[in-house]
Design a protein around this ligand. Structure first.
Ligand code: ADP
Ligand code: ASP
Ligand code: MG
Length: 416
């Protein structure tokens, strides 16, 4: 009988597993008290032991950021943005220093870094700075020394050498930017829900966890109220091809992958989710030139969302956090303007919308049955969004979730 001789294989058992970089971000609830911080430390040490180069991005503990903002306004009615950033960037540093201590107690090496020390360089816009560069030399050095690196989220240093913050929820953006700069295998976003759901699970108890969401869908969801990921972090992930995994801090279960669009997402006339916001800033402006208006808003770093022209009036929405900047920009123009109050927004989002007609019909039938009058309606190829009175938001979300059968197992887009 002929036997085939194979070359002897090298003994791989003793070889070091190849080290990939993993960025793990933990949100405020996940590090909400000393025990939770210790649990996170354990998780990081385990990830290191499994053979990863571990970079952790931590948020401020619990409501620390809200408390610091409140404190600022107790001291001053109009705190200077630079000083506000100095103050509110502190919460993330506390979490990182404490986590480093807990990791040392577990017998592993760790180093905590501020955003600035980690090389996160931003523009000079306080309160909502954009990351312009990541100079990751110090992180690489620490990883090479076998340390777990803890980076304070939500902050950086501006090109003018001031401390900046990235906007609420900005630790997500820190994590994704680091994952891109370090060429990480994945960016894991650990949070207080199991993943991205078909609607906010706190409002719709029957909401389903989605297995996969496309970057485009997630962008629309994040822009329209699904605060589980900050909008900028999703933009960054899409532009740099960072694989994002949103998952629970408190279980070992698989969460939601944010990836390129695939067949599963397009197959059915099924939407991925219904999102909402309870407070929208909508402005009606007349008597000004369109280009001048949007120039002034851009100069004030206000990112305008929906724009609608009705006759001579221009109606647009802008983030609530940018209200002061928007009002200042409008005040500087020779125009009449008013803000429309008590509006919320509901959005129906899904890649399947591109190839399946009837989503708009079902949406507006549902509104008619509810007796809800949508105000401004705005669409994209994968979104139908409309403004409604604040008091109608929640029941509209629940009714649309039902109308699109999003509590069914099919809504999950399971693999295989
Ligand atoms: P973290 O502190 O971990 O950054 P956030 O509070 O910023 O967490 O985001 C998680 C929250 O987002 C959840 O507790 C949930 O209530 C809310 N949320 C809103 N819409 C969705 C959705 N579609 N899927 C998952 N969570 C959502
Ligand atoms: N601590 C900041 C906030 O509450 C940043 C974050 O948690 O992502 O917005
Ligand atoms: Mg968040």
């Amino acid at each position: 009988m002929a036997t085939t001789q194979f070359e002897p294989l090298p003994d791989l058992a003793a070889a070091e597993p190849s080290l990939g970089t993993l960025v793990m971000k933990f949100g405020g609830t996940s590090v909400g008290d000393p025990q939770k911080l210790k649990d996170v430390a354990r998780r990081l040490v385990d990830a290191r032991a499994a053979g990863n180069r571990v970079v952790a991005v931590l948020s401020a503990m619990g409501d620390t950021t809200d408390d610091l903002v409140r404190l600022a306004y107790e001291v001053s009615p109009l705190p200077k943005p630079r000083e506000l950033d100095m103050l509110i960037s502190v919460g993330e540093r506390i979490s990182c220093a404490l986590a480093a201590m807990a990791i040392h107690d577990l017998g592993a090496e760790a180093i905590s870094l501020t955003g600035s020390q980690a090389g996160i360089v931003t523009d000079t816009v306080h309160g909502r700075a954009k990351i312009v560069d990541v100079r990751a030399r110090r992180i690489h050095e620490a990883l090479d020394q076998d340390r777990i690196v803890l980076v304070a989220g939500f902050q950086g240093v501006s090109t003018d050498f001031d401390i900046t913050t990235l906007g609420r929820g900005g630790s997500d953006t820190t994590a994704v930017a680091l994952a891109a700069a370090l060429g990480a295998d994945a960016c894991e976003i650990y949070t207080d829900v199991d993943g991205v759901f078909t609607a906010d699970p706190r409002l719709v108890p029957g909401a389903r966890k989605l297995h996969a969401v496309s970057y485009e869908e997630m962008l629309e969801m994040a822009a329209s109220g699904a605060k589980v990921l900050a909008l900028r972090s999703v933009e960054f992930a899409r532009n740099h091809g960072v694989k994002l995994h949103v998952r629970s801090t408190f279980t070992g279960e698989e969460g939601t992958w944010i990836t390129e669009e695939d067949e599963r997402m397009l197959e059915k006339a099924m939407i991925s989710g219904v999102t909402h916001t309870l407070e929208e800033a909508v402005y009606r402006v007349s008597g000004t030139d369109r280009a001048d208006l949007f120039d002034a808003l851009a100069d004030a770093s206000v990112s305008v969302d929906t724009i609608i022209q009705t006759g001579d009036d221009i109606v647009f929405s802008a983030p609530v956090e940018d209200r002061a900047a928007t009002e200042a920009a409008l005040g500087g123009l020779d125009s009449n303007w008013e803000e429309r109050a008590h509006l919320g927004k509901v959005s129906v989002i899904g890649a399947g919308m591109k190839s399946h007609p009837g989503i708009a019909a079902r949406t507006f039938q549902t509104l008619r049955d509810l007796g809800v009058e949508p105000d401004l309606v705005a669409t994209s190829p994968i979104k139908i969004a409309f403004y409604v009175s604040q008091r109608d938001v929640e029941r509209t979300v629940i009714a649309l979730h039902e109308a699109f059968e999003l509590s069914s197992v099919e809504a999950e887009r399971a693999h295989g």
